[in-house]
Ligand binder design. Sequence first.
Ligand code: GL9
Length: 830
Amino acid sequence: TKRSDVSNSEYAKFVSQEVPRDEVSILNSVFSHLAYTFHKNPSNTEAMDAYNGIAFTIRDRLLKRLEDTDSHFISINAKRINYMSMEFLIGRTFDNAMLALGLRKEYSAVSNTLGFNLEDLIDEERDAALGNGGLGRLAACFVDSMACCNYNGWGYGLRYRYGMFQQQIINGYQVEAPDCWMDNPNPWEFPRPEISYKVKFYGNIAKTPSTSSGYTWENAVEYDVMAFDTPVPAFGTKNVGNIRLWSCKTNDLFDLNRFNAGDYPGATGNMVAADILTYVLYPNDNQNAGKELRLKQEYMFVSATIQDIIHRFKLTGKPWSEFHELVAIQLNDTHPTLGIAELQRILVDEEAMSWDAAWDIVTKSFAFTNHTILPEALEKWPVPMMGKILPRHLGIIFDINLFFLQHVEKSIPSEREFLSRISIIEESSPQQVRMAYLAIVGSHRVNGVAQIHSDIIKATIFSEFVKVFGSDKFVNVTNGVTTRRWVNQCNPGLSALITETVGDESWVDDYPKAHLLESRVNDEDFRKRWWDVKQANKLRLATYIKDTCGITVNHDALFDIQVKRIHEYKRQLMNILGVIHRYNTLKKMTPEQRQDQVHRVIIFAGKSASGYYIAKLIIKFINSVADVVNNDKDIGDVLKVVFIPDYCVSAAEVIVPASDISQHISTAGTEASGTSNMKFVMNGGLILGTVDGANVEIAEEVGDDQIFMFGVLAHEVDEFRFNLRYHPDPLDANLQAVYDTIKSGVFGNPDEFNPLVECSHGPGDNYLVSVDFASYLMAQDAVDALYKDRESWITKSILCGSRMGKFTSDRSITDYAENIWNIEPSAVDA
Ligand code: GL9
């Protein structure tokens, strides 16, 4: 017998054992990690050590499941989804993992034995903030759902050394600090040095008739890129997902010759250049920075991922013609679109395939999700820049474009104008590569993220492509959120009520079952407990606000929340102008009248891109208004305004369950979907929103009576913009009064805030703040009126909470699986 046979059979015995789940065994495994991974014993174990010791035992369990899941899918030759995303906004993993494994109670007991409260240990974990906002969080929810629904799906992304910056508020201004999240050991990642690929930049293209394509890429600079795996715990199944993140290997770039010559900084120059590639996440939301380093990041990500996908495909031994039956590649926005050119390049240059055969494989494998129509967000790369960094890819993109335009010319007799509008290459100076167009041409499906958004992209930015490819290529998949994190984990009180109603925990991965809550809407006892859960969550948030901002708020007040990236189109400005109106109105009242008003706490949070001047000014403005309102003795508890610093996933988990009302008030047509709107409503909050994004479908599900909607409609926006420019209506009297208050100087130097006045009315009012202001205030009055009628409020809140079954990301993933990926689920143990 060979040594490997013995060890294989011993190994088979070893892995087939269940990892024990009793408290004593868990405690022992924690001791083992404390002693041998961290060199600690119970007497010198601090909270951070206890967290690490415990987390590493969970990591062991996840890695075992990851191994089992991988072997299972390999053994049945399952098709795999490769979800390519430059962003994964994961947040914390610890609590989520304990819940998924069904071991939270046991771990709670174990941490008590070690002398710690589990909740405190949970707070030791730093967020993995490898994303900006909705788009990155969506990717994290999707990997969770792929795993929970037993799909063979992996996320692919980049392992940034610095994630989303930490936001401090100093003197009312946003100040950015680096997010050094890797300073602590990370129990949730698993380095895979053996999985590494070479990625090339620069160089030149040589004509080499000896190769099949006739081209070779020479004199390139080469880097080694290595994988880090992050297992994704799944609830209610033994399947575990994976996010594979890439990072550059730098050690072998040390230049010994320079070192020996005494040039010490020069010796590490190449190491630094490689390291910088994954140094930092670009903190832009809905905005394209157009920087060379970003292009390199995108290519490095794409190249390593495509090579890895091909490597795994080759292990199956299947012919290339079956590639698309085993591989689906989803592009999360245009950021990974170079993957299309990269796969084509490898197939024609390295695998000696004909152009057409290669292109057939590419287009059958790729699909593309669009997340925005904002022009400033649509990615374009200058042709000279791409030609310098990726000469071969640029050539391939020009060829793709040539064949595409030839096809268009043949199929629809068209004018030059049409061809230039639809060309992947924009004829500007310099020329630009339109990444969204490349993504459409290279994919078999294109989807928007909410019905209204999918309709809009077909009618506007991609309408010419509908003419070329037909309507069926363009589909809708409405976004969703994972109920594991966004109900079960973040709202234990509500989750207990649902479990009691449903009879068991099956709703956590079968969320439509929450509709059973509706049967209890008239049950007095249930209604009281529903209300009490909300009050307890508000108390928890009030404590958080006290700790982070030093402001005392009364948790009996109506909590009115707008938390999201700060952006003009999301109209935090309209919200704060409305707050000033409320303040003015209260100031005019007698003390008795004032006390009679609904008390409100208006809560903002969100980060601005570092270079976005107006967004940063909005943050300062909110804080200046808050200062005045919160310190006004006349106002007292009737109105408080809070800006919570450093909004992130773990903060959202405290904020979301605590809303009475949340605001989703983008100018109609601008917010592709929104996903926090779904989270708030699942947690029994009502929403105040415009007819935009997923608000529309939420209203359809919960009923128009349950939602406060206002504002102009998407198809009216252009006309209003035109009118503001050329035939402005007289300014709304309330808005004028708000401007007068600002100009009086009560909130500080009015000159400083004048740009905000200018961009909220007249020709500068691109997002129609002045147009929607009056209807916004009316909707706010309706909110107050309803809150006074507590019983009606509770009824609406229960109806909302029970009718959100559609918005679980399990449904989104099933839609993708059925309509785009053509893939079936399969459970490890089934
Ligand atoms: C976004 C849209 O703006 C959101 O409306 C949408 O819900 C998410 C997910 O589909 O995508 N598009 C986009 O660029 N961002 C979004 O949140 N911004 C980032 O997070 C980078």
